[in-house]
Design a binder for this molecule. Structure first.
Ligand SMILES: [Zn+2]
Length: 289
């Protein structure tokens, strides 16, 4: 790092990510693992963190930009370019055969269906043919808009988030929507039982062998009483904290929540459905299947 320049403020990073629609703006890229490039002026001329002279790029295109591949003029144009937003998707690496899921302040080990609401697996793990555990998240919403889907550790369908933070190391993923819907996940290596106690302030995982990788999941479904914070799961009228489900088929199951889930509406399935402007009717082409 160039001396004299302070680390980039969070708000500046957020602005730069949002400008490019949360994906690298170079033609055909759309990579969501973004870094931040200083170009006007370059930091070797003057250290700064002025968002006007900075752009979010993926690591590969950041290197190319450092090498001079794009003119200052081109970079100013690319800053305004959200066309790659539709390409934004990623993979959660961190494939492990053994995982401790820490979901809303509770612990799940060898428990594939972690939280199920109205028959939908909100958070679950599925073992693939090579024995690796793959994370699945169906983010519920009361808004009929797209919400992120994580299927077998690959994520897509992010819609139009307020912010999407996906640092290049791939340890974390955070997504916020304007109505307050929120998802955060992080992978953490727990080297020892003592380290786990230090992190989670409980010794409930005596039956688990360390080292182990933990995947921490927090979520808010706006307008409902469903919230998974780092310390507690609020699910309707109940609160659960610091419990361990080990070797259970299912963790928490809620039926008849009374909410009508509207995320990822059917008319988003392109080709099958035509939306009729100015009305609530949609026309479905069943022959298109
Ligand atoms: Zn790129």
């Amino acid at each position: 790092m160039i001396s004299g320049r302070k680390s980039i403020p969070k708000a500046v990073k957020e602005t730069l990510r949002s400008e490019v629609g949360f994906g690298c703006p170079i033609k055909g890229c759309g990579n969501p693992y973004l870094e931040y490039h200083h170009f006007d002026p370059p930091v070797n001329i003057m250290p700064h963190n002025e968002p006007k002279g900075m752009i979010a790029l993926c690591a590969q295109h950041h290197k190319k930009a450092d090498g001079g591949a794009y003119t200052v003029e081109q970079l100013h144009e690319l800053k305004k370019d959200k066309t790659n937003a539709a390409l934004v998707k990623g993979n959660l690496d961190w494939l492990r055969k053994d995982l401790l899921a820490v979901v809303g302040g509770n612990f799940y080990y060898e428990t594939p269906r972690i939280i199920t609401i109205d028959g939908i697996d909100l958070v679950s793990l599925k073992r693939d043919e090579n024995g690796y555990l793959r994370l699945n998240i169906n983010m519920l919403s009361l808004e009929s808009k797209e919400r992120i889907i994580i299927k077998d550790s690959s994520w897509e369908n992010v819609g139009s988030p307020l912010d999407l933070r996906s640092p290049p190391q791939g340890k974390e993923l955070e997504i916020k929507y304007t109505n307050g819907d929120f998802l955060y996940l992080r992978f953490v290596e727990l080297e020892s039982f003592e380290q786990a106690i230090g992190r989670y302030r409980t010794d409930i995982f005596e039956s688990i062998s360390f080292p182990i990788t933990a995947v921490e999941v927090n979520m808010t479904i706006a307008g409902t009483n469903i919230e998974l914070t780092p310390s507690t799961s609020t699910l309707g009228g109940i609160q659960i904290t610091g419990c361990l489900s080990s070797n259970c088929g299912g963790g928490v199951m809620i039926e008849d929540s009374g909410f009508s889930w509207k995320q990822n509406p059917i008319w988003k399935r392109k080709g099958l459905v035509t939306e009729i402007e100015g009305s609530n009717l949609i026309k479905v082409n069943f022959k298109g299947r």
